[in-house]
Design a protein. Sequence first.
Length: 253
Amino acid sequence: MLGKTTDQYDGEYFITGIEVKDGKKSETREFIPKTVFNETHLGHAICIGNGESRKRFKINLLKGHQGGLLGSKSLQSYGCNALSREFKPDFLIVGNQLSDEIANSTEYSDLPYADENIVYATSSICLKYPGKFNLVPGNLKMDAGSTAVYLACFDKHHTVYMIGYDGQTPDYNNNLYAGTPGYMPHDYDVPDVKWKNNLCKIFGAYPNTQFIWVNDNTHMFPDDYKWYKNVKAVTYSEFISQADIGSFDHRSK
């Protein structure tokens, strides 16, 4: 599905069961139609990772973001996992470690998050919690951060900002939610090679999309991303200006 967009997708079949009888395997398949229709936007998206650089920005500034004159820079938001504890993006992507919380927990709201919001997940999670989640088109099994970027491209956004996509450093889990339910502690070594590889595949699959990696620590900009002409790095102040969010005085303290 990489490289395809929402207007090329009506739904898909996926395996709902496997039975082995007399040494022969048979599969039960079910067609899942397209459930999310997201085509009325102006082409600007923000994907929200959970790296600690996101402390530099008050995430709630994105709530009801207008984006300049006539909303020309209005951002649709795609978030990951435990972001749901403090902010409701337009679309949330959930992995196995947070699926039960998103499907069932009422700790952060009167109703489980998935009952009130659009949440994407893989087929295995959708089968485990019927009616709770929307299938990621193509059933791509990438990390949540990469899936968020893929969905922004799939929805035909031409500009995709990426905040909190810091990457990892040895022996330190660079995640705002480290040590909370579903996450390893801060002193845990989390590899990020697959995450970077996944993003590079997306950059290559959508060459006409401009990807903007936001981070004040420019030395953290991965060398692999520099091979792609459609990827660039900006600081948080530059992002706030470009997206017409407001003064950099609105930084999180």
